[in-house]
Design a protein around this ligand. Sequence first.
Ligand code: FAD
Length: 398
Amino acid sequence: SAPIVIVGAGLAGLRTAEELRRAGYEGGVVLLGDESRPPYDRPPLSKQFVRGETDDTTLRPPEFFAEKNIELRLGAAATGVDTAARTIALADGSTLAYDQLIIATGLRPRRLPGLPEVAGLHVLRAHEDAETLRAELDGAGRALIIGAGFIGCELAASFRAAGIAVSMVEPQPTPLASVLGERIGGLVARMHRDEGVDLRCGVGVDTLRADDAGHVRGALLTDGTDIDADLVVLGVGSVPVTDWLAGSGIDLAEPAAGGGVLADEVGRTSAEGVWAVGDVAAWQHDSGERKRVEHWTSAGEQAKLLVTALLGGAAPTAARVPYFWSDQYDVKIQALGTPSPTDDVTVVTDDGRKFLAYYSRDGILTAVLGAGLTGQVMKLRAKLATTTPVADLLAAAG
Ligand code: FAD
């Protein structure tokens, strides 16, 4: 019979293949990736890899795939799906039959609407992007980072470590405002300024500047400031890779709602035998909302839940506490739970660099966020697995 076909050989696709074997599935598993490189880890790309501290981002050694009988097909892009015939079309013109299809195609960097493409403008998602960026760090004197999200902030830290002057511009009032809110964003801004980053918030890019050879050399900002830079990076978010699903009939989320493949709480899409996992997948959450989660830990957790459901197992009953992290300078920013920019925020410790904050909604703890306080964050996991009034936590802390 036809194999289970996983489209997208990134973290979520790989974890799904692994989970299938771990759970004892003995049928065919095809893991299809459009990149030429076997599955690799993205978090180091903006950190250790771009700084030249490591070359190894491989998630599994080559022999792993043979051992687990996972057919890894690289350089193979899926271009369409026929859910009635249960086949996918490939870029080379061939088709591949599936018994079950797993969509794990991730994200691609968002481009700024209205900004024309200029040669040399960097983005960071793929290994290749990181290689180009790393090669240009040598000899760079000044960098301009457009967008102070996670990628922008992590690159700012990596560039400073390489001794490069950094300007970072962000239209919102603080870095990470849309994820963590402005209160915590302000603490993140403070850290970058303390590290010498020329951080400009509340300002956007009007036009990119190019030299005579047409290579990007900086930008004119919306407030009239001109910034020269020999390295310019665009880090303004990502969009789900779903164009290849056009016409398939598989339900997608509205682009305004973040896009992605709509799925239930275990990854089932609107089409029979088709599942979605990882950054591309807008899973149903406990709140009833369907939204994408763009974090490393979530990809692995979803893969487990999906495979359990696909193989007919019972759903786990234990509450899941979401987690993500970001490394900037010597500080690990960590979040347990689901921080929302509109939650109430109580900063419980702040020594001018390291801090701990509670997020709450209607008085109930929704997330714990720490910077440089790993032990303290992790100790609070149990509080997020149950309903905890934030007042109780504050009282207990005295
Ligand atoms: P991806 O890793 O994007 O994999 C999708 C794969 O599918 C890609 O290889 C893509 O080329 C392939 N593909 C796309 N279309 C097709 C097609 N049509 N046919 C075949 N293949 C296709 N998370 C954290 O929690 N902490 C961090 O510190 C952190 N740092 C990060 C740093 C960087 C630079 C980046 C980019 C991400 C970071 N993340 C971090 C997020 C984390 O890496 C992602 O959540 C994770 O990679 C999601 O995995 P995925 O498999 O869903 O998507």
